[in-house]
Write a protein that binds this ligand. Structure first.
Ligand SMILES: Nc1ncnc2c1ncn2[C@@H]1O[C@H](COP(=O)(O)OP(=O)(O)O)[C@@H](O)[C@H]1O
Ligand SMILES: [Mg+2]
Length: 378
């Protein structure tokens, strides 16, 4: 899939920006604060139906405006043209998506239609930060690949909210939650187990992709790993009944704790991922450089995974990554990225950019200044 053109109105510092994109490499160059990341954010917004920064819609709306609009023309791998647009109004705080000029029935129906992979410095938390950031990564990848997963995820969150409310109310009123929990336990176990199975299956194929990507960037000396660490031990994923029985058992074991804390103590909302390099924990022991390489490799692996699952090439959005990597690894990344498909990269300085960048048919350079975008370097 490729972005053919994007229109950005009243979004962040872009009042009226149109980009006619190149089919290969698109470089956005400009000083800090001029609006490069905002372009990347706009493209990913159309795909993910929200900001990858997790900024609210009211925050991305240009200061002093009542409405923002984004439009994208896309072209699928087979050449089929797709169109997506979103409008957000401040007064109603609502956004509406049109896909191929028809109102989308839900945001979830849009996610995955225009697959993207975003790499930005904010995402260092995936390898370095708290488990929440790893779960967000996991959910965003799998949700783009599978609508069932996204539906289950939304349903699980709803169940979790209800169940936590019962636990919390009971705690505040100093009484036993009792039978009120029973139906929620059942649905928590059912939906939660489905999510866990999907996550486990994801890792089974993601590991190889991660190894390949890491090798491309760093050579053979370092060996990366990624393991799914569910909130309770699951010896085998082959028997769905067994997983559900284990989950039920865990819930029983957490009963006392849940009554004390007023929150659900076990389930996929407590899962984690352990990344390793050379067999040891990356979060604890990796160097800065290894963290960066791991993150880039994760994103290339994500790209690979999405492409295989969807049979459609994702759009790769690389925000501010070349300053972060050493020259050698940047060049490898850029070479690799160009073979993958359509890529958007941001940079403050074309000179710091890996050599071999020649604007032409497939490569376009855009200058970004004060929320305006012009093709070519001026
Ligand atoms: N909602 C908003 N309305 C107007 N301007 C905004 C809004 N959000 C961010 N900005 C402006 O966007 C600019 C940052 O753009 P960004 O794309 O992050 O820059 P960079 O080129 O460094 O990536 C800042 O000048 C900031 O004030
Ligand atoms: Mg930026």
């Amino acid at each position: 899939m490729k972005v053919v053109s994007v229109e950005i109105r009243n979004f962040r510092n872009h009042t009226d920006t149109t980009l006619e994109c190149g089919g290969g490499l698109n470089v956005l160059v400009g000083n800090n604060g001029e609006g490069k990341t905002n372009v990347v954010e706009a493209i990913s917004y159309l795909s993910l139906t929200k900001s990858f920064y997790a900024a609210s819609d009211a925050v991305v709306l240009q200061v002093g405006r009542d409405e923002f609009a984004l439009k994208g023309d896309f072209s699928g791998d087979t050449g089929v043209r797709r169109h997506v647009e979103v409008r957000y109004r401040r007064d109603t705080a609502r956004k509406t998506f049109l896909v191929d000029h028809t109102a989308a029935e839900s945001l979830a129906s849009v996610v995955g239609e225009f697959p993207v992979v975003v790499l930005s410095p904010e995402q260092t938390g995936i390898t370095m930060g708290a488990p929440t950031e790893r779960r967000r990564f996991l959910d965003l990848v799998i949700a783009q690949a599978s609508k069932t997963y996204l539906q289950d995820l939304l349903e699980y969150r709803r169940i979790l909210r209800q169940r936590n409310k019962i636990l919390l109310d009971a705690r505040i009123q100093r009484r036993e939650p009792g039978d009120a929990l029973e139906p929620w336990n059942k649905s928590l176990v059912e939906t939660g187990s489905a999510l866990m199975e999907r996550r486990a299956a994801f890792f089974a194929s993601f590991k190889d992709a991660l190894e390949r990507a890491y090798r491309t960037l760093a050579g053979n000396e370092e060996h990366p790993g990624a393991d799914y660490v569910p909130s309770f031990k699951v010896p085998s994923w082959s028997d769905p009944k067994e997983i559900r029985a284990l989950f039920e058992d865990e819930l029983r074991q957490h009963e006392d704790e849940e009554r004390r804390t007023g929150a659900t103590g076990v389930g996929p909302h407590r899962d984690d991922i352990e990344f390793t390099i050379g067999g040891i924990s990356a979060r604890k022991f990796a160097s800065q450089g290894q963290h960066r390489t791991l993150l880039v490799a994760l994103k290339i692996a994500e790209f690979d995974y999405l492409k295989r699952q969807k049979g459609e090439t994702p759009i790769l959005l690389l925000d501010d990554v070349f300053g972060e990597l050493d020259g050698h690894r940047s060049e490898r990344l850029l070479e690799e990225a160009q073979t993958l498909g359509q890529v958007f990269v941001t940079t403050t300085d074309l000179r710091s950019f890996p050599r071999g960048l020649v604007p032409g048919e497939k490569t376009k350079v855009f200058e970004v200044e004060g929320g305006t975008v012009m093709e070519g370097v001026h």
